[in-house]
Design a protein around this ligand. Structure first.
Ligand SMILES: C[S@@+](CC[C@H](N)C(=O)[O-])C[C@H]1O[C@@H](n2cnc3c(N)ncnc32)[C@H](O)[C@@H]1O
Length: 429
């Protein structure tokens, strides 16, 4: 832990150099990709982005022991563990190096602490993790971001096929932890309605399409509010009492919005009170609040997507860009559109699905978001170089967009490439 705190406290050192060759081939700089260790680069960004980052998405190494694409093993032998007395039942529990999670936590701690500093007051961070390091990450995030700023945890159904090799429970899910810099400043998340939901607005009046929904509140009485319980007078003069624990509107709202109230009699002669819910609101199309279960895309989609872009899916489970695009969209589509672009940061960029997500979303809703990516280039040169290549190809393809896309020209989405070098080194970080 001491080492992790020292890592955090050490000031930025080293240098950041722009790759002139890359900038020549990719004009209109907008987004940025930094290569090198993300810890010094994050410190560098503190000065580079004084306005702060609106949203961070990260997919850090999961500490699974996989070395296929990059170093993903953080356990070390626990040399300091005192030997246990013989015959103890605890043998093998404390001494098993694979159960030591502290190197992974020490790696994550300073990076998350600086990530928090980089966030704007209304900023938010999403972190992907599987169930092995989930408990450690949750504790770290609670500690660094504050438990009260835990917005929620998304369970991502990453697989629908059963797969083999697991005798007890087949893992099909992983997690995305979401924390606000300050939850009281974070605007509500919004998700577009599905086509089926839009189709359910079948009625229409001068204010546009609407559907009828009961005024009586459904669900259980978690927080009863006496001002939501009152009798209503039906068109025939009889009295209607709320059939559930309370109405959705106060009596004052009910009286003010009479033109949105509909009375209907059931076949059994019981009065029902309904309200008109319009598809369009003053802020544009109605939206809904996302739920904690996400199952729109799987890892297979991520692999297929990368393969279609680069001709090879040779990377351990790239994240589908749609997943990241949806998270970004939840937090950055609230009207009105900001006058200055919002910054999206991913400091474990891998093959750059976050760049694709940002570019695609900018095209889709015509808003300007700028992405900053960081990806190291040290561990296994023969594979990390390939990751960077895959990232560049993905960035290039996303920039070009589809030839059929009419908005393609309006969004040049240029990129700049920078390399971080530690002090007294120019070759590698
Ligand atoms: C789980 S992968 C991210 C995959 C990415 N979301 C994708 O879909 O392609 C984590 C990435 O972080 C990179 N990484 C690990 N440690 C790093 C560090 N200290 N600085 C920068 N990048 C690092 C690894 O090389 C790896 O590509």
């Amino acid at each position: 832990m001491e080492e992790a705190i020292n890592d955090l406290k050490a000031p930025f050192s080293g240098s950041v150099t722009e790759d002139q060759e890359y900038s020549r081939t990719i004009p209109d700089p907008v987004h940025r990709l930094y290569t090198g260790d993300n810890l010094p680069v994050l410190k560098y960004l503190l000065a580079e982005i004084p306005q702060g980052v609106k949203l961070i998405y990260i997919d850090p190494p999961y500490n699974t022991g996989s070395i296929l694409n990059y170093r993903d093993r953080f356990s070390v032998p626990c040399k300091k563990t005192p030997p246990l007395k013989k015959n103890t039942d605890l043998d093998g529990w404390v001494t098993n190096p694979a159960t030591d999670h502290s190197p992974w936590m020490s790696f994550m701690f300073p990076r998350l602490a600086i990530a928090r500093q980089l966030l704007r007051p209304d900023g938010v961070i999403f972190t992907s993790i599987d169930d092995r390091e989930f408990p450690r990450l949750k504790l770290l995030m609670d500690w660094i971001m504050g438990e009260k700023n835990h917005v929620g945890t998304i369970v991502w159904r990453k697989k629908v096929v059963r797969g083999r090799g697991n005798r007890h429970i087949i893992p099909q899910t992983e997690y995305i932890l979401c924390y606000a810099r300050d939850v009281s400043m974070l605007p509500p998340f919004r998700e577009p309605l599905t086509d089926d939901m839009i189709d359910s607005y079948t009625k229409k009046d001068a204010s546009g399409p609407y559907k009828e929904i009961p005024l009586a509140k459904s669900g259980t009485a978690h927080s009863p509010r006496p001002n939501l319980v009152y009798p209503i007078t039906a068109p025939d003069g009889s009295t209607i009492h709320c059939p559930t624990h309370q109405w959705r509107w106060s009596e004052k709202t009910f009286l003010e919005r009479q033109n949105e109230i509909i009375f209907r009699k059931t076949r059994k002669g019981v009065w029902r009170v309904l309200t008109k819910q319009y598809l369009e609101t003053v802020d544009g199309l109605r939206f809904r609040t996302p739920t904690s279960l996400y199952d729109k895309v799987t890892t297979t989609d991520g692999t297929r997507e990368l393969r279609s872009i680069s001709g090879t899916g040779n990377f351990d489970f790239p994240k589908p860009s749609r997943l990241i695009r949806d998270l970004i969209s939840w937090a950055t589509t609230t009207p009105p559109a900001p006058t200055k672009p919002e910054i999206i940061l991913d400091f474990f960029a891998g093959t750059a699905p976050t760049a694709q997500a940002v570019i695609d979303l900018n095209r889709e809703d015509q808003r300007r978001r700028i992405c900053y990516l960081v990806q190291n280039r040290i561990e296994l040169p023969e594979t990390t170089d390939k990751i960077l290549e895959l990232a560049k190809i993905r960035i290039q393809k996303s920039r070009e967009g589809s030839p059929e896309d009419p908005d393609r020209q309006d969004f040049p989405e240029g990129f700049r490439l920078y390399h971080y070098f530690p002090p007294a080194s120019r070759e590698g970080s």
